[in-house]
Write a protein that binds this ligand. Structure first.
Ligand code: SAM
Length: 193
């Protein structure tokens, strides 16, 4: 893997974390505000500093797992939530992770993976979800020829990839994107087939 553990550890060490908003993103808080079941098992893969996990806990969610291959963001999260049983941190490669969840929250993790791993990401999400489980969140929606993350894409491409394993309930231009991402994100809601 071109961008493995060492690559991501170094990004945190060198403070090269341009993706980090410093607060829970508006589209994700909007999704979270509309979730009904506070006992839902929620996974945030490639969670980074995971402000959304803190938002989930503060909103009363009781079963949140954040997963990241890099140690630094998980360590700082643990310091903030040292004694909170509702929040679990796992340092692991997403593709090695095992478990079952009702919801996977996606934000700038899919685009962190080289495009050749996209089908594996979708299969892994499918495997990690319970029956009727969902992937919700945002995907970047613009074409680029980058050799470093974020690896972007477009709606047509994503539909072709996801529809094999998911019913696409929503994949539309996100109306609540942060200013720096306006017009560049799709809001997604996909249900496991
Ligand atoms: C672009 S950052 C996004 C972080 C966070 N989702 C956010 O929105 O701020 C991508 C994150 O994915 C993590 N990551 C990359 N590859 C991974 C893998 N195979 N398994 C788990 N985490 C991974 C990186 O360490 C990094 O924290």
């Amino acid at each position: 893997m071109k961008h493995g553990k060492i690559y991501w550890e170094n990004r945190y060490k060198n403070n090269s974390t341009g993706w980090d908003l410093g607060h829970p993103s508006l589209p994700l808080t909007h999704i979270i505000d509309n979730l009904r079941d506070k006992n839902s098992k929620i996974l945030i893969p490639g969670a980074g500093n995971s402000y959304e996990a803190i938002y989930l806990i503060e909103s009363g969610f009781k079963n949140v797992t954040v997963l990241d291959i890099a140690s630094q963001p998980l360590e700082s999260l643990k310091k903030k939530f040292l004694l909170n049983d509702n929040l679990k941190t796992v340092q692991d490669d997403f593709f090695q992770h095992t478990g079952k969840y009702d919801l996977i929250l996606e934000q700038t993790f899919f685009c962190a993976l080289e495009t050749r791993f996209r089908e594996s990401y979708i299969k892994k999400c499918h495997d990690l979800l319970n029956e009727n489980g969902h992937v919700k969140g945002v995907l970047f929606d613009f074409d680029s020829q980058r050799t470093e993350p974020p690896y972007t894409g477009n709606k047509e491409e994503y539909i072709k990839l996801f529809e094999k394993k998911f019913d696409i309930i929503e994949m539309n231009r996100c109306q609540t994107s942060e200013n720096s991402r306006k017009g560049k994100e799709l809001l997604i809601n996909m249900k496991k087939k």
